[in-house]
Every structure is written in structure tokens, then in C-alpha cells.
Ligand binder design. Structure first.
Ligand SMILES: *Cc1c(COP(=O)(O)O)cnc(C)c1O
Length: 393
């Protein structure tokens, strides 16, 4: 095999891959811990973590060991059969979500699939209306897109599954929309794809009271916030709220695709045999990877680390006192840096040129979502590189 040059891979990508993504930033060939390397040998501090996916960083020995052993033993069996890894993961998820004994777990392969399952769960209440928030993001498949509160993403693909209404993110709007014909309200504790925008203080608790009063499900989309990232296993736990269902994906399996719907209490009885399914969902390989990830997060208290390192990173950004930075948002290691209009992409580009990966998620926001294992060395390297990028922009 010959070595590809930079223009080669860019041209090959443009020629061979569907045009639905922007041209990729670099050709990455290797990763270790919080660092990745490109084809030219340049090292980058990865503070995006594959969009909040690489909870344990790259090539974590526990994930390598779990995946290698499982794939050499039994990778896939279909849901006609059960596996020890799947049973173990379901039990762990019931415990860490707080769903407990009455909880039930459904496995798919992505965030969108987890939300598709939640959509079907809501339909099974027999009620016609589903409430979701304006500017929310719940995925790109047709059902998940119907839940997503971004008309620009939906417009080319109408008609979408019906019955979904998008409301403002205020308690008043929820009170006004809520009646006994509402099946469910779905919310993200922090709107990740909208620039890391947390729900208003007290919103989630109010949403719990209001949905409960009307017998509607509260579905919390923790696909980006979950699995330790915000400083707790799940962000709803920081608010003392118990949902009826939670969807989980991104950070759960160390980069192996896995999406999960966990139901609580009576919601666990809604989906009936034959209602839903997936060929790959919950296979031994993905669930073994997730078991390894959850085990390390728990043993090393990486949720605690996410809380502490998040504070350090936020403080570091504030200390830079850049005129380009308007505010710092988020919780734990899901951080949004607000910038003056249009500055975010210049800063992210300058950061990349300086060996730091952050994500310009929209013209006024930079997303920072490093692995939960970040330590002193990485926080210091981040502060230095991000400061240089801001100064150069
Ligand atoms: C990423 C994300 C999704 C979609 O997950 P995919 O794995 O890309 O399908 C849904 N909801 C939220 C909150 C997300 O961040």
C-alpha cells in the first residue's frame, strides 16, 4: 500500500463519501488517552472526544481487553438469544439510572434509535400528542427528527411522523400545552447540539410535577449528558428528578455503537412483545464494551472527576479574559463557550492548528467535551492551547 498524501484523502473523501457531512478536518490514524494523531504524525489534544463518546479516551486498556475478549468469544447472537454481558449491563443500568427493580431496558445501536424506541413507548400510551422543546436535538432518523425542534433540519424531509408539538423552554409554555391527551414530554437536560444550553433552573423539576399531574411520561434524553459527563451518572439526578424513561447512547460504550432506552415504573409495561426490535441491539460485543466503560467510571469515580475537571476548565477559560468569550455554560465535562457572533469557527480552527480539538457547534458556541479521564496535564495543555487560539483569532 502506498502512503496517501493530504490531497489524496480529501479528494477520496469528497469522491467516495455521501455529501451529507462537511469536509473532514484531519485524517486521524491513532489515539491514546486524551490524544489523537493524524496521518502526518501531528498530535492533538482531543477535547471533543468523538462528540462526548470517548468517555475513557482512546484505546483504554479496559475497553481494549473487554472488546478483544468478547469478539474472540461471542460477538453477536441476535435477540433470539441472551448473553451474560447483556444481562449484566441491563442490571447495571437499572441500578445507576435509579429505575431499580421495576425498570426495563431496551437496547438499540445509536442515540436516534434510543429515541425511536422512546417515541414508540409514548405512542403506546394511546395518547395522541407528544411535546418537545424548540431548538432541541433528538437525532436524524425520521421519528427522532420529528422530535427534534429544528425546523431547518426537518424541512427537506416532510412529512414526518405526526403528533409532535414544539414548545418554548419555559414552565409557562409547558403548563399551557399540557393536557390529559399528552403522551409524553421529551427534554434534554442540556441542549448539546444547540450550543450546550442548560434547561432553566427548576425547569426539570417543574416538568416532572406537570407531566405527573396529567399522567404524561417525562422522557429525558441523556444521550449527550449521561454516563457521568455532567458530574452524576445522569443529569436528572442532579435535579432530584425521577423520569419515566431515559435515553442513553454516546458515552456508554467507549466508541462501540450502542443506544439504550430505560423505563421506570409503570412505563416499563407499555411496550409489548413484537412492538420493537433490532438485529444488532444489545449484542454481546457492544454490551461487553459498555460493561467495561461503566465499571471504570464507577471504580475510578470519573463522574466526580468530570465535576472537578469541569470546574477547572471553566475557570481556566474565564481566566483567559478573552474579549471573544461572552460566557461559559454547561455542567461537568459538557461545556459551552459562548463567543461573539461568528468567532467560534475561527477559534476552533486556530485551536486545531495549535494541536487542540474543540468544536464550533454554531457561530456563537464552542463545545468542549473531553474524555472523563482528563487530568492535570490535559487541563493545563488545554488552557495554554485554547488561550493561544483565542489570541490568534
Ligand atoms: C447525539 C444525540 C442524539 C442522536 O444520537 P445519534 O447516535 O447520533 O443517533 C440524540 N439526542 C441527543 C441529545 C444527542 O446529543
Amino acid at each position: 500500500m502506498t502512503t496517501a498524501t493530504t490531497t489524496d484523502w480529501r479528494e477520496r473523501h469528497a469522491h467516495d463519501l455521501m455529501a451529507s457531512y462537511a469536509p473532514p478536518l484531519r485524517l486521524l490514524v491513532r489515539g491514546e488517552g486524551c490524544w489523537v494523531w493524524d496521518d502526518e504524525g501531528t498530535r492533538y489534544l482531543d477535547f471533543l472526544g468523538g462528540i462526548a463518546v470517548n468517555s475513557l479516551g482512546h484505546a483504554h486498556p479496559a475497553v481494549v481487553e473487554a472488546v478483544s475478549t468478547q469478539i474472540a468469544t461471542l460477538a453477536h447472537i441476535s435477540n433470539y438469544f441472551a448473553s451474560p454481558a447483556q444481562l449484566q449491563l441491563a442490571e447495571t443500568l437499572k441500578r445507576i439510572t435509579g429505575a431499580g427493580d421495576e425498570g426495563r431496558v431496551y437496547f438499540g445501536n445509536s442515540g436516534a434509535e434510543a429515541n425511536e424506541a422512546a417515541f414508540k413507548l409514548a405512542r403506546r400510551t394511546g395518547r395522541p400528542r407528544i411535546l418537545a422543546l424548540r431548538n432541541s436535538f433528538h437525532g436524524r432518523t425520521m421519528g427522532a427528527l420529528a422530535l427534534t425542534g429544528k425546523p431547518a433540519l426537518q424541512a427537506p424531509f416532510l412529512p414526518l411522523p405526526g403528533g409532535v408539538e414544539h414548545i418554548d423552554t419555559t414552565v409557562e409554555a409547558l403548563e399551557e400545552a399540557m393536557r390529559d391527551d399528552v403522551a409524553a414530554l421529551i427534554v434534554e437536560p442540556i441542549k448539546g447540539e444547540t450550543g450546550v444550553v442548560p434547561l432553566p433552573d427548576g425547569y426539570l423539576a417543574a416538568a416532572r410535577r406537570i407531566t405527573e399531574r396529567h399522567g404524561a411520561l417525562l422522557i429525558v434524553d441523556e444521550i449527550q449528558t449521561g454516563v457521568g459527563r455532567t458530574g452524576a451518572w445522569f443529569a436528572y439526578q442532579l435535579e432530584g428528578v425521577t423520569p419515566d424513561a431515559v435515553t442513553i447512547a454516546k458515552g456508554i460504550a467507549g466508541g462501540v455503537p450502542l443506544g439504550v432506552l430505560v423505563t421506570f415504573g409503570a412505563a416499563s409495561g407499555l411496550l409489548q412483545r413484537g412492538d420493537h426490535g433490532s438485529t444488532f441491539g444489545g449484542n454481546p460485543l457492544a454490551t461487553a464494551a459498555a460493561n467495561a466503560v461503566l465499571d471504570v467510571i464507577e471504580r475510578e469515580d470519573l463522574a466526580g472527576n468530570a465535576h472537578r475537571r469541569g470546574e477547572e476548565i471553566r475557570a481556566a477559560v474565564e481566566r483567559l479574559r478573552s474579549p471573544l468569550v461572552t460566557e461559559v455554560r454547561g455542567r461537568g465535562l459538557l461545556i459551552g463557550v459562548g463567543t461573539v457572533e461568528g468567532a467560534s469557527s475561527a477559534v476552533a480552527q486556530a485551536a486545531l492548528a495549535n494541536g487542540l480539538i474543540v468544536n464550533a457547534i454554531n457561530p456563537t458556541s464552542i463545545r468542549i467535551a473531553p474524555p472523563l479521564i482528563v487530568g492535570d496535564e490535559e487541563v493545563e495543555a488545554f488552557a495554554e492551547r485554547f488561550g493561544t487560539a483565542l489570541a490568534a483569532s
